[in-house]
Design a protein around this ligand. Sequence first.
Ligand code: UDX
Length: 437
Amino acid sequence: MKIAVVGTGYVGLVTGTCFSETGNHVTCVDINEAKINQMKAGKVPIYEPGLEELFHRNVAEGRLNFTTSLAEGIEGAKVIFLALPTPPGEDGSADLKYILQVANDLGPLLKEYTVIIDKSTVPVGTSELVKEAIAQKAQVPFDVVSNPEFLREGVAVEDFMKPDRVVIGTQSEKAKEVMAKLYAPLVRQGNPIIFMDERSAEMTKYAANAFLATKITFMNEIANLCELVGANVDDIRRGIGTDSRIGKRFLFAGIGYGGSCFPKDVQALAKTSEENNYQFHILDSVMKVNENQKTKLLPQVKNYFNNELVGKTIAIWGLAFKPYTDDIREAPALYNIDALLEAGCSIKAYDPEAMPNVQALLGNSIQFCKNPYEALEDADALMIVTEWPQFRTPDFDKMDSLLKNKVIFDGRNLYELSQMKELGYTYYSIGRQTIQS
Ligand code: UDX
């Protein structure tokens, strides 16, 4: 099938590349000329495990192409994916200007029946707005389908190729047929394609992300309570996660969720509720709790240093909002860095992937290190913010020789309490008792 993908951000590029891998001819369209040129020159603009290999193979075999021209990109395309940004506006609602602009432009360019697919996370009712915008100038029949993505950064290729489910919102039999054919190679193992109407598909995406954000936040609150009553949140996680009704995943307490999706989507769903005169109480609490959770370790840092933070050097391990990505959007590390700098500390940071992005944002207000150990040299304390696997089994002897104080503030519960006790650390973590050396 000939496919066009408009918008080559994270979702668009993964979608385009993966559909070329299943044998389709894909043209990716973006208004950013520098990005298109970069891809034409064979460079993948984002870090996503497994993506480069698929990208290079399909470019080499002529199935994956790039252009800045919408007209050229959609030439002969049976389906057109819209994978455009929907940033939060000032009031928290998703801003649809990019999607509606492309929809306006598409109308006069369509030459035969085409399926236009909303891949972006968009508020309920958007597919109707897209339909109206296209219809104004379209001369041929078309359908607008809502097909939300559920890709996790870091495993997006795997999530795309082996989806738990595919959600397709359309009431058109013709569009259903096209979509079923397109996704057939990805659901061979029996994972379902779930058809529904457009509004329900749009809502499904928000419900999924808001539910997961709530699940994490619930555990974060249990963790906060565990600290007060002397229980261990890791045991609670195992104790409840084995109940198949609850499930094992997304129960890890920590210093808050971040990233480009959860914060934005929870906020947008709360806004949708407000617009419909419904107060979604849980979402309000989720946002409030997560805001506090991100800087939860700071009072403990202050306390440890008797409120004398001026001139202290804090090593930070992990800057990305989670491992296996260079994405720092809404990353808890940024909130902690801001507060620590404000309090007069110096920061020495290490992250395997995200340092260039943080440097672009913060310049040289913090020091970037070549490896985790360099960050510890002459540091007064270590704070762990992202659970990159390499931080899980560090050389503790080496750490001891570099850190000025044997103290770790761990926002991701990487170490066993018994181990920390044995090694003689003062160890603060989330939802577990503090180990005093
Ligand atoms: C999420 C959704 O999972 C995905 O389906 C959607 O399409 C986009 O948003 P992503 O933002 O890539 O994906 O990250 P995810 O792996 O879901 O983690 C989100 C945040 O939750 C991270 O900050 C992570 O550290 C945090 N998290 C996750 C926890 O704090 N505890 C957990 O148990 C799981």
